[in-house]
Design a protein around this ligand. Sequence first.
Ligand code: PLP
Ligand code: COI
Length: 365
Amino acid sequence: MTVAAQFTRIPHPAPVPAPRREEVLAAPGFGRFFTDHMVSIDYADGQWGNARVEPYGPLSMDPATMVFHYGQAIFEGLKAYRQPNGEIATFRIDANAARFRRSAARMAMAELPEELFIESVRQLLDVDADWVPAAGGEDSLYLRPFMFSTEAGLGVKPASAYKYLLLASPAGAYFPRGVKPVRVWLSTEYVRAAPGGTGEAKVAGNYASSLLAQAQATDEGCDQVVWLDACERRYVEEMGTNNLFFVFGTGSEARLVTPELSGSLLPGITRDSLLTLAADSGYPVQERKISVEEWREGAESGEISEVFACGTAAVITPVGWVKSGTGEFAIGGGEPGEVTMALRDTLTGIQRGTFADRHGWMQTL
Ligand code: PLP
Ligand code: COI
């Protein structure tokens, strides 16, 4: 049986009427609205089965389901983009499928074969194609694959049953002010992840444990938290939902630095893509440790001219100000930088089908 033939389609009896859908697509925000359908695949008795495209709707679960107690839950985030010819394409979907497997392995969960992951996206895009925003703008369809344990019982062990679900949500800017520079909060009190922990996996619990520091960031008037390494609280790791890049120098002298993959930060697919695109544009790029002192001194002396956050949801967002318990500093006068915006144009151009896709990252499903 082909992978596609494993899916049963149960159409929504009352999909969102077109005028309401258009209203949503006119101002989608982030993660507030969902399409008519979802995909569900179950793992039991050592195999994946019961693959369905079905109406989006609530789940009914036993209160003893292990995910509620011991938290085996992982997720992914990727986007589908309307192309100028009307087709729909995804960006580096195979990288998301591979990371999803790695996250599952880290959490002792069943691994979803990559062809099933990709086929689930194909199936949902096929039935909910009208929800993909128009070509040419900033908006796209955010896809949220996730998986959790479904076995009921209170014994602490890897579950023997899992559910994989895929949702889709039309998405505009992640940060409410769009590409305006954000203000970030350096968390020195809390840590996100430690060596040997789950920081490099896309695990729901990583986000749960980040929320208190994120709330602190908000209280401090900042948009998001920046995490430091767990051992010395000195080296920059990443932001709450993004990786970070630092631009040293300006113009033809510009070079980029991003924190090396320490094992406790998420290996972002946008980060990886930007390492390639920056090199294509002739910028020297380095993956290495960067300390808070180097960041502050570099920003104050002007040697660090730009800093930006990158991730699927937030795309590329300039970082304009950094605040911590000991004070605040600005980067590049709090204005978006040239290198940041040039890389943003290149990345979004590839995603929207207006720039050549030299690396074969876009896939029409
Ligand atoms: N770091 C964290 C903690 C994230 O949640 C994300 C978002 O996915 C990223 C980095 C960026 O990863 P990606 O570029 O694969 O979306
Ligand atoms: C993504 O960019 O997909 C993320 O993971 C951010 C999300 C947690 C909102």
